[in-house]
Design a protein around this ligand. Sequence first.
Ligand SMILES: [Zn+2]
Length: 344
Amino acid sequence: MRLDDPMLDSIAREARDAWLVEAVRHQIAYMRAKIPYWRQRLSAAAVDEHGIESLADLARVPILTKDELRALRPAALLPEESRPKLQISRWTSGTSGQPTVNFWSESDWTALVATTSRMLARQSPMTHATAFNAYSQAHVTGPLYNGALRRLGAVVYDRSQHPEEFFPTLAQTEMFDFDTLAIPAQTVRGKSIGLANLLDDNPTFLARHSVRWWIGSSGTFGAETMDRVRREGVEVISDLYGSSEFAVFAISCPESHGDYHVAQGHVLVEVVDQAGTPVANGQFGRIVVTHLRGMDEDGHACAHGGTQILRLAAGDGATLLDEPCACGLTTPRLRGVRRVGTTG
Ligand SMILES: [Zn+2]
């Protein structure tokens, strides 16, 4: 199965899960072979990847906390063989403790860009977008939206590197024509100014530019901002969800506001209880994420070569919905995503 195949999100759940189980087994074996830290940790927990027959069997693999991640030297999670192939590295904001860093190899980055494109392609209101990308290139979302939109055939104009107070986003956008805008809902330091803040300064900004598609991430979009944006002529709102260690891995459902469809393959996303066991449909739990697959030059899935992370609890929780959705997707959904802390 290719990571850019949209079928991955609409096939029967059993078929996708079987593919994910196979990928997990492969990636755990890779981590064990390449990273002393994981070799030790997996042995201490008596994990045998050959015995993993369903995603529920992952319950035996201990959850990695943010504190444990912070305590490791970043290169200790990098396979020796992929170090010369590292392409992108980005640090977390550090709002909840010392920043951590994640490295993506060339093939990891291709997988992330392809998966983000896969999520966006389904929602695109036009064949070839012309986008202004307001996300900072210093944050992972900047280069990611550039790559994902270009993969869809879009023209992408990136925001300048200057600080907002020196060269405001609003002034920059006046220099371009575009029908798509990548920007978060609210201003996030180091990431981007927010659309709501931009509209406060210039209420007719979207209508004046005839923006039809708003793409964003970093916090779920509020209903008030969404209504305001629609009144200004925006046809489609694509709200992506993720965390800094993994970038994005879910997208808003067009049928059910507040639900996010998980896109897997480049990562594995689970919702688990306090013991680390995946929760049942309708239950609330912590969101834990694993780096799973890269994508090679031929488009085939391969080992994730960059930072090796297995079952990290990145700090959010959600209610899991894993029945097929009215929008046609069969992927699990996250509902009511909220911060639950990094150690709980
Ligand atoms: Zn849906």
